[in-house]
Design a protein around this ligand. Structure first.
Ligand SMILES: [Cu+2]
Length: 478
């Protein structure tokens, strides 16, 4: 028997009591009178000055700004977010890194129907984990994200670590023409098959990166800095002069605190840092990017002339309490493999697309597909597609990823965190938990997790042009 994705979707939506309702109806139809009103998040057109004195750039944003508002919760809260679509195209919102029930995951045609122009959808789920997350559409992401639809999503620990400032730097970029407007060349096959569409202006919290991005600090202060890469293709390699950056979390999940000199932050990835500011009053230090098409200075720490807050680092512990989740046991894990092929310098020879075998050069020409995962590729909104894997709920999984391409791919799994077990066969030092892991060119990455969240979940490259070009699949847990 063949069941179309749309049928599955209908039953899943019905089971969850979900509906894409016309404007003005969703709140009344879905919230019991005792609940507080949901937080409202609306997509729409935005005009924003990206640089002081520059003409305003036309963008798409949430609640009238790029990035959208920082969503702030505490672990154990229930998120209730009413998304309304003020755009003239369909959309849907994904809560990147938040472990949600499948119907709340925001992936059109996989976990929900798209939200139509003028439509609304209430997303509601408990927050199991603390951490640094973010949100963005999963509909035509290669266009909707770089147009400006993204925002930070912070879930505080039950007992946060003690710091003087808790700062979010959401990094992204825009590709601007001479007129100061975005170049609207989304989804070019050349970008799909290469590094992706990389902008020419890096933004920090929606403003041009560089000297104007100054964080005022006082000697002796302890800063918690949360970095989020919301760019659609740019990989950052960040360093900070004059300070030790201590990593305390990757993708929102606690890691053994350790110093990091250069941070590789691919699209979708996050890092939480603790920085003790122990330099002299009046001094200025830069965070710089040396990534591919290095952007140079991103932002600055500028010391005030005030008296020191303290002369040595704050004594309080910086280790985060790990979130509770099932721990994979490699001894009893099932081994599975994914081979990645494609790209401009190494197209795969043969593959299947939406279940049908085809020669890849034909696929590239006719379908705009440039990558395969296990010799198959999926259109972003394919209605018929076999999941890459079917896992039994509770199964321990060791997934071996083999990158046969000349490109880096930040691979993102929905609904689960995994341990990064080994890179090129070498055990990683911290066995860190992540939802997005950077797979370097020609690199093999082994991850492990317990498939305990039922549903069909996306597993895709977070270079959004790559996922649009076929590097997008699903895993099914039941
Ligand atoms: Cu990729």
């Amino acid at each position: 028997m063949t069941i179309s994705r749309r049928d599955l979707l209908k039953s899943a939506s019905a089971a969850a009591g979900l509906a894409s309702l016309p404007a003005g109806m969703a709140g009344a139809a879905t919230s019991p009178s005792t609940s507080p009103p949901p937080f409202e998040l609306s997509t729409g057109l935005v005009e924003q000055e990206l640089k002081a004195g520059a003409p305003k750039t036309r963008l798409w944003g949430f609640n009238g700004s790029v990035p959208g508002p920082v969503l702030r919760y505490r672990k154990g809260d229930r998120a209730r977010i009413l998304v309304s679509n003020g755009l003239s195209v369909d959309t849907a919102v994904h809560w990147h890194g938040v472990r949600v029930p499948n119907p709340m995951d925001g992936v059109p045609f996989v976990t929900q129907d798209p939200i139509k122009p003028g439509g609304k959808l209430l997303y509601e789920y408990p927050l199991l984990d603390s951490g640094t997350f973010w949100y963005h559409p999963h509909q035509s992401s290669f266009e909707q994200v770089p147009r400006g639809l993204y925002g930070a999503y912070i879930v505080a620990e039950s007992k946060p670590i003690e710091v003087d400032q808790d700062v979010v730097w959401l990094l992204s970029d825009v590709k601007l023409g001479a007129d100061g407007q975005q170049v609207e060349d989304y989804g070019r096959i050349l970008d799909l098959a290469n590094e992706g569409r990389i902008g020419n202006q890096v933004l920090v919290n929606g403003k041009a990166a560089g000297a104007a991005q100054t964080l005022d600090v006082r000697r002796g202060e302890r800063i918690r800095l949360r970095l989020i890469n919301a760019a659609s293709a740019r990989i950052f390699r960040l360093s900070l002069a004059g300070h030790v950056m201590t990593a305390i979390a990757f993708d929102g999940q606690a890691v053994q605190p350790h110093p990091v000199e250069q941070i590789t932050l691919g699209p979708g990835m996050r890092i939480d840092l603790v920085i003790d500011c122990l330099q002299a009053a009046g001094a200025v230090f830069s965070m710089t990017d040396a990534g591919h098409r290095g952007a140079g200075e991103i932002a600055r720490l500028a010391y005030s002339r005030e008296k020191s807050l303290r002369e040595k680092p704050m004594a309080a512990a910086i280790r985060l309490v790990p979130n509770q989740m099932a721990e994979p046991d490699l001894k009893r894990a099932q081994d599975h493999y994914i081979v990645f092929q494609g790209g401009m310098r190494g197209a795969p020879v043969i593959g299947t697309i939406d279940g049908k075998p085809a020669k890849i050069n034909e696929i590239m020409e006719k379908e705009g597909i440039t990558w395969t995962m296990n010799y198959s590729a999926q259109h972003e909104h394919a209605l018929m597609h076999e999941p890459l894997f079917h896992f039994k709920k509770g199964a321990h999984i060791a997934l071996h990823m083999i990158n046969e391409t000349d490109f880096a791919h930040p691979m993102h799994m929905h609904g689960h965190f995994f341990r990064v077990v080994a890179i090129n066969g070498k055990k990683t030092r911290f066995q860190e938990r992540r939802d997005t892991v950077m797979m370097g060119p020609r690199e093999n990455v082994d991850i492990a997790f317990v498939a305990d969240n039922p549903g069909e979940w996306m597993f895709h490259c977070h270079i959004l042009d790559h996922s649009a070009g076929g590097m997008m699949g699903t895993i099914a847990v039941q």
